[in-house]
Design a protein around this ligand. Sequence first.
Ligand code: GDP
Length: 201
Amino acid sequence: MSGAALCLKVILLGDGGVGKSSLMNRYVTNKFDSHLFHTIGVEFLNKELEVDGHRVTLQIWDTAGQERFRSLRTPFYRGSDCCLLTFSLDDGQSFQNLANWKKEFTYYADIKDPDSFPFVVLGNKLDIPERQVSGEDARKWCRENGGHPYFETSARDATNVASAFEEAVRQILASDDRDNHLINTNTVDLQRKSQPQDSCC
Ligand code: GDP
């Protein structure tokens, strides 16, 4: 392994209440709190990990899904290296809205070629027995909308949460511009990532 590390920004998008904050918290702190405060605008947490021999600092951005927060969240889409499109398996409407979320992200992040941008789709709340969205339908949507990887997760019991974030890193590593993310670990400046207009650390 080299002395360099990768600084990657991933962003969670999806309707309010699907579990974006809970997924981020489960992954970074390994805790689940059923009384989390609503996200207002955006928040981020960092997580250090190693994927396929690469040291990675993952900056995970959580966004407020409610329509009234649109103008607060969209400036932070730019510079994202991967977008985690999230819905809740017990909420069919949140699944229907995935296309809108992808469109909003692509527009505000100024993605020139959405077909080659890394998206990962998460169907959360797998622990709830009453499903409104089947795995078959979700996989079909992913196939027909760019061949995105699909994970069924539970922030409550941690099922597949780490695998989903690791897959996001793999998708980025497999994408064309991975060299843009190489940084020297001694000089990593995460503040740069938090600037709305910044493209990369
Ligand atoms: P966000 O608005 O998308 O960030 O959603 P939150 O993370 O705030 O979660 C909304 C609600 O769903 C909260 O009451 C969470 O406790 C609950 N929740 C989140 N993830 C899960 C999950 O995997 N399983 C279950 N049963 N509840 C969840």
